[in-house]
Ligand binder design. Structure first.
Ligand code: ZN
Length: 344
């Protein structure tokens, strides 16, 4: 019994050491903040835990022929909806049916704009609609016009960034087609095709910019030009047009991708449309003030076609926003490279 006070002191001493160790980690994090690399750290936990909500964001219906038969993003009878904050300063809405099964989810960005909606149909098939927006608050890095070397910084973010709730993927060779005649007349057609093809190659070959070896086996090839329009017809299409007419998330976007998958979670079709509204977006094959890079935007959209969600950090292609005069989005970051290695 006479040893008890000593034992207690020992425990307190150990506790004090533990507290000092934690303090050291915090100091190191603050030092990282001061040197400007803090954004490479893991995103903070959501400020608000998921909670139930009585209503959902607006759900504009598609007007494009062939895209009309998607479910409403609404709470079904007996069902519920829940919302939580995302690492990218937005919100994630989830819709559950009366049995508690998740049947749809929608991510909105910090401006309330829907960037992604996914549905699981009663057949077991699914649809995802991804939209991308210009963000005037993003600035192009000073080196964004430098060619022939790594454009984006690779950061320290090794994490596999997605949560694979509806884990669809492409299976086997996928052939995509270019709706060439929709391309804006101010774009050089040869350079545009190069941009579109390079963007696909970025993922297919898992271009190694960040010292992460390619272990992936994603496949895709260019099949030529087409005059087909968007819709679930088994033919992947890339082109320009009225993204608002696609409805849903696509309203107000600079580019939008629809993807359909079967009950085996293999993609059966995926179509991408760039906005042809010059008041919203003008395009270039490269970097220029006020213009969006075709290749970088295509790289992001093709990432969605492969089944990738948005990444929380700007050093990945799958970051949710596009900025003008910026070509860094052409090149896979650490998270992108690890994602494609993991999924394919
Ligand atoms: Zn996106």
């Amino acid at each position: 019994m006479s040893n008890a006070p000593t034992a207690n002191r020992l425990r307190r001493w150990r506790f004090a050491l533990g507290a000092m160790a934690v303090l050291g980690v915090l100091l190191a994090l603050f030092a990282a903040t001061a040197s400007g690399s803090a954004r490479e750290n893991a995103p903070p936990p959501p400020a608000n835990p998921e909670h139930q909500v009585a209503s959902l964001p607006p759900d504009p219906r598609p007007t494009e022929p062939g895209l009309a038969s998607i479910p409403s993003f609404a709470i079904p009878a007996g069902g519920t909806a829940r919302v939580s904050d995302t690492a990218a300063s937005g919100q994630l809405f989830r819709v559950l049916d009366s049995t508690g099964r998740e049947i749809a989810r929608r991510e909105v960005d910090g401006h309330g704009r829907p960037v992604e909606t996914r549905f699981v149909l009663p057949t077991g098939d699914g649809i995802t609609i991804d939209a991308d927006y210009g963000d005037p608050q993003l600035r192009a890095p000073a080196n964004s016009r430098v060619l022939g070397r790594r454009l984006s910084n690779c950061g320290a973010n090794d994490q596999v960034y997605s949560n694979w709730y509806f884990d669809y993927s492409q299976s086997g060779a996928f052939t995509w087609y270019w709706h060439q005649s929709t391309t804006p007349s101010y774009l050089n057609l040869t350079n545009t095709l190069d941009s579109l093809r390079n963007a696909h190659s970025e993922w297919i070959y898992n271009q190694n910019w960040c010292n992460i070896a390619d272990q992936a086996d994603a496949l895709s090839s260019y099949g030529g030009t087409t005059t087909r329009s968007l819709g679930n017809d088994g033919v992947p299409i890339v082109g320009w047009g009225d993204t608002d007419a696609l409805g849903g998330n696509c309203v107000g976007s600079i580019a939008c991708t629809w993807t359909w998958w079967g009950s085996d979670y293999h993609v059966v079709d995926t179509d991408t449309r760039f906005s042809n509204d010059t008041a919203r977006a003008t395009w270039i094959n490269g970097g220029a003030s006020g213009k969006y890079d075709v290749q970088g935007t295509m790289a992001h959209e093709f990432g969605h076609s492969l089944g990738f969600d948005h990444a929380p950090t700007t050093d990945n292609v799958m970051y949710k926003d596009q900025s003008t005069n910026n070509m860094t989005n052409r090149e896979l970051g650490r998270g992108d490279a690890n994602e494609v290695n993991t999924k394919y």
